[in-house]
Design a protein. Structure first.
Length: 277
């Protein structure tokens, strides 16, 4: 029996992705008209200005993938989604062409990051046996928005003002932001392993410092020769020494394994290891 694909979170991520792309592609066909009519921008500069979005997106996309693997993905995804929705308001309030170019570059950074985050979240919330199918439906929302967005934008250009188009795109993005917030994302395994590794490293370093701080043989040296069993009992049974050679610190070496086995056999497990045993 196939695992369930169309869960609540998956439906929300599909809706968020469609609304994001629809609001973005709503502006694509009307931005050249907006620049020419509002800022009297020459036609030779239109391509260079609009290209700022693509250049900034190309520069930040590899780093956004690194951030998605290093930190929790949903907060980054939500933040970038919010920036994309806010850019529509900035387009309306930009008073000079320079500010519009800055907003266009910022839009490219945020949009590239949110698309990377959306893909990674889609992979996280879907079953592994149906991820290919899940990504196929996820990509279908992109293509559907790319088909409907420009057509709707050109239709609104003939009947609605530019401010109305920007507000419409911002509303679609805000609804998509609400859908993105409703997605229940799971913590990726890479972040879990990194956190566990840091905890283990800190714990082992603490025990190593405690072991090095105590003398190995606190008693005075006796004249008779000590056997290996006596030395082991001294290491494991002394109340003040507690655990000079702990299996958590020395389980990777043969000597530590020998000490631990001897302590288990004679009932002299160190106090710090009795709870775990």
């Amino acid at each position: 029996m196939k695992e369930r694909l169309f869960t609540r979170s998956y439906m929300f991520i599909l809706a968020a992705n469609f609304l994001l792309f629809f609001g973005f592609w709503l502006l694509i066909p009307i931005l050249p008209f907006y620049l020419k009519e509002t800022y009297s921008c020459p036609e030779a500069m239109l391509g260079a200005i609009l290209c700022c979005y693509t250049v900034s997106g190309l520069c930040v996309r590899p780093f956004s993938g690194f951030l998605m693997d290093k930190f929790p993905r949903k907060p980054i995804y939500i933040l970038c989604y919010f920036v994309c929705a806010s850019i529509f308001l900035g387009y309306m309030t930009a008073g000079v062409l320079t500010w519009f170019i800055v907003l266009r570059a910022l839009h490219g950074i945020a949009f590239s990051s949110v698309t990377v985050g959306g893909n990674t979240l889609c992979v996280d919330i879907t079953p592994s046996s149906r991820r290919g199918e899940a990504l196929g439906y996820y990509g279908l929302t992109n293509n559907t928005a790319m088909a409907l967005g420009p057509m709707t934008g050109l239709f609104m250009h003939d009947h609605v003002s530019y401010e109305g188009i920007f507000i419409t795109g911002m509303l679609f993005s805000l609804v998509g932001l609400l859908c993105a917030i409703c997605v229940k994302a799971r913590t990726p395994e890479s972040i879990k392993k990194t956190g566990n590794r840091q905890k283990t490293t800190g714990r082992n370093s603490y025990h190593k410092q405690q072991a090095l701080a105590r003398p190995l043989y606190p008693y005075k040296r006796h004249t008779r020769k000590h056997s290996l069993a006596d030395a082991v009992d001294t290491l494991w049974c002394h109340d003040q020494l507690r655990c000079n050679v702990c299996p958590r610190n020395s389980s990777r070496c043969a000597f530590g394994l020998l000490l631990y086995t001897h302590g288990r056999r004679h009932g002299s497990i160190a106090p710090c290891c009795r709870q775990e045993s």
